[in-house]
Design a binder for this molecule. Structure first.
Ligand code: ADP
Length: 604
């Protein structure tokens, strides 16, 4: 309360009034004293002229001079200002009462400075401020020059004191009334000054809480009015600036939100300011979870690099191929400033760009090239070895030579086979495969495939059988040659990887299919090829459709496979709008199912 401006204004005004009234009172009262003294001296000196003193001194020649002097002075009592407070006395040379305006009993004669001087022979009427009384002592000399009598005028200052007291009480009353008025006025005045300031303060408090809408009313065009207008203008500017800032922030948040890359912003201390949903998902963070910079670098097993950013000149650091939970990221850490003007360090932004796909692609491309080189390199080495052996031994027996030449032909066939398969895959990859759709009964293709592979199955004493559906299946619209290719690859595998005396059964159907990976629910032709061969280990099944993937290469090396057959078959099926699935149990057998739509998807 005492600190409040309102109280201060009241205090200032009250102090001002008290000071003014004290100064005025002091000056007034001291002037009253001076006035009274001057008036006294003026009156006495007007009466006690040389002639009047001569006249008084003449009376000294008479024996009853005290009475004579009394009556002469009595005649001048009005001019001398004689009243109940002021008396005149006729004193002898020693200052003893002879006669006066009052009787000897009532006479109150003090030995004042003036009177003492008069007794010593000098007329005296010196006055000095602060004396308790005013007096005038006039020495009357006898003709021989000796002091004969003293006329002494004494004023006991009662009138002056009464008058001064009256002035004092008037000043005191005025002071009190003035104080009351001052306090009331100062209240109104301070209210007039303080209210707008209070309003501005309230508004400033609201502003600090982010409420920019309310406007202050301008009541006057004085300094306070100007302050109010300026304040309103400032609030408007602030509101616009805040709107712009929140707009920018909103934009940034939206960008952050929809960014497909995980992004985390850290403050200068390394605490998170913002974590976008992708980052939360990647690091499994709940709504309230925090992820500090240190925790992030630990998770990503990055060396302490923040020093490079703070100490070094680099504004950003880019780290490639950072592996986190089977995903590969290019991680960028960028420094940002707190604000543009002072360039003070504000924090870091970490962006994790998921490059798993391109990394995998790149990896598989490199692996593919290595595999192709290896797959082509092996028969080439055999061919080179065989031809070199023939050339080095011109006398080689015919049958041995023929064996080597057979080897050259078979390895050349194998190379041609690989190159053919690679060309098919390349055409599929580049969408350059020529599709020739036609309508045909799927049974015909299966029967042709059985016919083609029956020789091989017979050689192995295998039972290759097409178990036909009881109902006649409708015709399929697809590329007949490519469907044949699919079935030859799959039935061929079944024959190839099934031991002698084994069984390979084929069945076909048209049915509603749902819940198959990579396939829309709907009606599909299904061709299931089931064998009771060695089967495929469980851990190999997810990779079986990958290019060049073969189970236990050593085990199958004598089978002459390339590891491209299933990949080609599935890609052809997928190009038709279908797929291929495989189910296998080691040492029990394998079932490969081909799904083909009633009408291939490339048919318009
Ligand atoms: P390959 O030319 O080696 O036969 P594929 O892509 O056709 O290549 O087959 C990939 C691998 O899958 C084969 O190497 C083989 O190990 C395995 N495989 C395919 N079909 C069968 C099957 N019916 N029984 C057992 N293993 C099979």
């Amino acid at each position: 309360m005492y600190k409040k401006l309102q109280f201060k204004i009241v205090l200032i005004l009250v102090s001002f009034i008290v000071c003014v009234m004290t100064v005025v009172g002091t000056i007034l009262i001291s002037n009253v004293f001076t006035y009274f003294e001057n008036d006294f001296i003026g009156q006495q000196s007007g009466v006690f002229t040389e002639d009047f003193i001569d006249e008084l001194e003449k009376a000294l020649t008479y024996s009853d001079y005290p009475e004579r002097l009394k009556s002469t002075l009595g005649a001048y009592s009005a001019r001398l200002g004689i009243d109940s407070y002021r008396n005149y006395y006729v004193l002898d040379a020693d200052g003893n009462f002879l006669s006066g305006s009052v009787s000897d009993e009532d006479a109150d004669i003090k030995k004042t400075e003036n009177l003492v001087r008069a007794i010593s022979g000098n007329t005296s009427h010196k006055q000095s401020a602060g004396n308790s009384m005013m007096d005038w002592a006039e020495v009357l000399n006898s003709p021989d020059g000796s002091v004969r009598a003293i006329v002494y005028i004494s004023d006991d200052n009662t009138e002056l004191e009464e008058f001064s007291w009256l002035i004092f009480t008037i000043i005191l009353q005025s002071l009190l009334i003035g104080l009351v008025i001052a306090i009331l006025l100062s209240f109104f005045l301070s209210k007039a000054i303080v209210s707008p300031i209070q309003n501005i303060t309230k508004k400033a408090t609201k502003l600090s809480r982010g409420d920019f809408d309310e406007k202050l009313t301008v009541y006057s065009d004085d300094e306070i009015g100007t302050l109010t207008v300026t304040f309103n203008r400032m609030a408007d500017t602030l509101k616009n600036n805040m709107n712009e800032i929140s707009n920018e922030r909103e934009k940034l948040e939206t960008i952050f939100y929809y960014l497909k890359d995980p992004v985390i912003a850290f403050d200068s201390e390394g605490y998170p300011i913002h974590i976008n949903p992708e980052a939360k998902e990647l690091f499994g963070l709940e709504e309230k979870d925090e992820l500090t910079l240190d925790a992030l670098t630990e998770k990503l097993t990055l060396d302490s690099f923040t020093e490079d950013l703070t100490v070094g000149e680099n504004d950003s650091i880019n780290l490639t191929n950072v592996v986190y939970e089977n995903r590969v990221f290019d991680v960028s850490f960028g420094k940002f400033n707190f604000n543009l003007s002072d360039k003070s360090f504000g924090g870091y932004i970490a962006v994790l760009h998921d490059v798993t796909e391109s990394f995998e692609l790149d990896k598989s491309r490199r692996e593919f090239i290595a595999t192709v080189s290896h797959e082509l390199g092996t028969p080439l080495t055999s061919i080179k070895g065989a031809t070199e052996t023939i050339l080095a031994n011109p006398d080689m027996p015919g049958d041995v030579k023929n064996h080597f030449l057979d080897m050259v032909i078979s390895e050349s066939d194998r190379m041609a086979h690989i190159v053919h398969d690679l060309l098919v895959l390349s055409r599929l990859d580049n969408n350059r495969m020529k599709w020739i759709p036609s309508s045909f009964p799927i049974n015909e293709v299966i029967e042709k495939c059985c016919l083609l592979l029956s020789g091989q199955a017979n050689e192995n004493s295998q039972e290759l059988k097409f178990i036909k559906n009881e109902e006649l299946l409708p015709e399929i619209i697809a590329d007949r040659e490519k469907v044949e290719q699919i079935l030859i690859n799959i039935v061929g595998n079944a024959v190839k990887y099934t031991q002698n005396d084994g069984r390979v059964f084929i069945s076909a159907d048209l049915k509603e299919v749902s819940g198959v990976d990579g396939l829309n629910d709907g009606k599909y032709f299904t061709v299931a090829v089931t064998d009771n061969g060695g089967g495929i280990p469980e851990e190999d099944l997810p990779h079986i459709f990958e290019r060049f993937y073969r189970v236990e290469k050593a085990r199958n090396s004598d089978k002459g496979g390339t590891g491209l057959g299933l990949a080609i078959a599935r890609e052809i099926a997928e190009a038709h709008g279908g797929t291929i699935t495989i189910a296998s149990k080691l040492h029990i057998g394998t079932t490969v199912t081909v799904y083909l739509p009633v009408k291939a998807k490339f048919v318009v």
